[in-house]
Design a protein around this ligand. Structure first.
Ligand code: DGY
Length: 424
């Protein structure tokens, strides 16, 4: 069984490999996506380290001069996806989207560098360091305001958690009255009940049209865009990535970068505190326009362990949340609180489980001494894939797959983490 699933996972990565970059799944996502690619590199590394390097190198080939790394790279036009390069009108030599995605690159490059014994591979990974540092600098120049210290997203897609209920209130003020007519393509590939709604899409497109109208001026969008939310997921992920980049800098002898990175780290630790909601007793996202917390508990709230933050009282509250949710959910970790009325077991980021988030959660729980939690996340992830397939996401109630199938990052997580013979 193990061998069959390992082979299937490798076959998925090979089939989704379009020549140096991997699409998340055929049909629904026919281009290169930022954080998908970086997670996928972990999977390739289990059988082809050079191919793993190539995946991240092709992503950084599309980096802009100011350090920004886009969320989609449009190498070959594919009419099957909307909004395509003609709508975004961003990038230069390589057409791209105009927004970014969770910066997991530093963490994964550090992992790949540490686990490789080959000098050639280590050199290729080390060569990515300046680009990753420039991307972190881009975040701090454009998206980490001094008065928050947290990472501000300007489009729900930047979070990677596209339709999380965390965005419902902040997005309700987006003016959709001037959105040009458009045709969704995602519904040709996935069940509408599993995807964001029409209203969500109208808002997504209004924000793309706004960004495009500024010529993708990120400083301007970050200061005056209609959607500006300090995102708990992005903040925890950048915080962790900064720790990992400091570690990598030390290993590479890049001591010249340490002061700058330590400064970023201090800011982000304050940012995590800015996201603690006293009323909801959790870490959650916060609207920068109204100042209000979302008040929602999500799988991103639990990334506090991965980021290495939270004082004793905050951690105690998170233990209470874990106890309640883990008793309620058949599989962990739902992307939204199953006790909340907005929970929807099958709809994208409003309930389903995402194996890449589980990977980060389990790592953080293990490091912070929550071994039982890490064990539960690992065994649930393994069961979900082995019993239900390499889906995009999974219902925390039934385990059924939701979204696309034969999904690259789910296959990668199987190979590198939850299906791996050597349990972590
Ligand atoms: C989509 O098109 O649904 C993507 O998630 C955007 O990144």
């Amino acid at each position: 069984m193990q061998d069959v699933l390992d082979k299937k996972a490798r076959d998925i990565l090979r089939a989704n490999d379009k020549g140096g970059f991997t699409v998340p799944t055929s049909g629904l996502y026919p281009y290169q996506w930022n954080w998908d690619s970086v997670f996928v590199a972990l999977g390739f590394a289990t059988f082809d380290e050079a191919r793993a390097c190539r995946e991240i190198e092709t992503l950084f080939e599309a980096q802009w001069d100011d350090g920004f790394v886009p969320h989609i790279i449009f190498r070959r036009y594919d009419p099957d996806y909307f909004p395509g390069p003609d709508v975004w009108q961003a990038g230069s030599d390589i057409p791209t989207s105009g927004i970014t995605q969770p910066p997991v690159a530093a963490s994964i490059v550090n992992t790949l560098w540490s686990q490789s014994d080959a000098t050639q591979i280590k050199d290729r990974l080390a060569a990515l360091f300046p680009g990753i540092l420039a991307w972190h600098r881009w975040f701090h120049n454009n998206r980490v305001p001094d008065d928050a210290g947290a990472v501000v997203i300007t489009h729900p897609w930047e979070s990677g958690r596209d339709n999380s209920p965390e965005w419902d209130a902040p997005a309700s003020n987006i003016d959709v009255s001037r959105v040009q007519p458009y045709e969704r393509r995602d519904l040709q590939h996935a069940d509408a009940a599993m995807r964001p709604t029409k209203l969500d899409y109208d808002r997504y497109i209004a924000l793309v049209e706004f960004g495009r109208s500024t010529g993708w001026d990120h400083a301007l969008i970050g200061k005056s865009g209609p959607f500006r939310v300090a995102d708990v997921g992005m903040t925890m992920i950048l915080l962790r990535a900064t720790r990992d980049l400091i570690d990598l800098a030390s290993k590479l002898g890049r001591d010249d970068a340490l002061d700058e990175l330590e400064g970023y780290l201090r800011q982000l630790v304050e940012g995590a505190e800015f996201l603690w909601d006293e009323e909801a007793e959790t870490f959650c996202s916060r609207d920068m326009i109204t100042g209000r917390h979302s008040g929602y508990l999500t799988n991103a709230s639990f990334l506090h362990c991965y980021a290495g933050v939270g004082n004793a009282q905050q951690r105690e509250k998170m233990v209470g949340h874990w106890d309640r949710i883990s008793a309620q959910a058949n599989f962990m970790m739902p992307s939204h609180d199953p006790g909340d009325s907005r929970f929807d077991a099958m709809r994208y980021w409003r309930g389903p489980i995402w194996i890449v988030v589980n990977y980060m959660l389990a790592m953080g729980f293990r490091e912070q001494g929550f071994d039982d939690w890490a064990g539960r996340i690992l065994s649930d992830s393994r069961r979900l894939i082995s019993e239900h397939g390499f889906n995009e996401a999974f219902s925390p109630v039934s385990g059924d797959g939701s979204g696309g199938s034969d999904f690259s990052w789910t296959a990668a997580m199987w190979l590198a983490w939850c299906g791996a013979a050597n349990e972590q």
